[in-house]
Design a protein around this ligand. Structure first.
Ligand SMILES: Cc1cc2nc3c(=O)[nH]c(=O)nc-3n(C[C@H](O)[C@H](O)[C@H](O)COP(=O)(O)O)c2cc1C
Length: 196
């Protein structure tokens, strides 16, 4: 009653959406990824800093290099998902800031001249964007399998550079057989929300 979003969309994005552990071999196209990005890019970030960067691992050779850096239990699904994306935070996002925040271009030097400040801001805001990305994958009728079980330094060296910190690797595709672990409980409203 309180939600204005269509109940079917609520189910698609949250109630019935699950973290997939197996996938069919139906491909995920660049057009789908573009549609997902063009939707979720509107999710908010501080100062509109938009620090998320994404590497789509499409080649067999790239996939092989990535799988080596995944934790043992994550390897089979990373090897077989139709598409795998490396989500990273750009710690030099301030270079784009004047273009992204045209009404306040001074923010770049006023707030983000120091690298540790940028790393902290990029970590938080790229994580927000990663969450939007996962929901966007679901909005495309696909399932996402986010993972942080990996050798971060190895992935950074292999696919990124010193200015880009890996946040998570996301398997993307249509769920396959036995795709789900049992649904785990969530904390209740009263356990999480206090009013003062
Ligand atoms: C940031 C993040 C990291 C995760 N890392 C892993 C991982 O390394 N391996 C794995 O099997 N699942 C991983 N998961 C999956 C979670 O355990 C799963 O999303 C959660 O239990 C909810 O499952 P459900 O969507 O099926 O309810 C990760 C999820 C997130 C959001």
């Amino acid at each position: 009653m309180s939600l204005v979003l269509d109940p079917a969309a609520q189910d698609l994005l949250f109630r019935e959406a699950r973290t997939a552990n197996t996938f069919t071999d139906e491909p995920v196209t660049d057009e789908q990824v573009q549609a997902i990005y063009d939707l979720v890019k509107f999710g908010p970030t501080a100062f509109n800093q938009s620090p998320l960067r994404v590497v789509l691992v499409r080649s067999a050779e790239g996939r092989e290099r990535l799988v080596q850096h995944m934790a043992e239990g994550n390897r089979p699904k990373t090897a077989t998902a139709p598409l795998v994306a490396i989500l990273a935070a750009d710690n030099e996002f301030h270079e784009e800031l004047p273009a992204l925040l045209p009404h306040f271009p001074q923010a770049k030097d006023m707030f983000f001249a120091e690298r540790p400040v940028r790393e902290s801001a990029a970590g938080l805001n790229a994580a927000l964007q990663a969450a939007y990305f996962i929901i966007g994958v679901r909005a495309a009728g696909l399932a996402a399998g986010p993972m942080t079980g990996y050798d971060a330094a190895g992935i950074q060296k292999e696919f990124l550079d010193d200015d880009h910190t890996p946040l998570m690797v996301v398997n993307i595709g249509k769920p396959g057989e036995d795709a789900w672990f049992p649904r785990s409980p969530r904390l209740s409203y009263d356990e999480v929300i206090k009013t003062v």
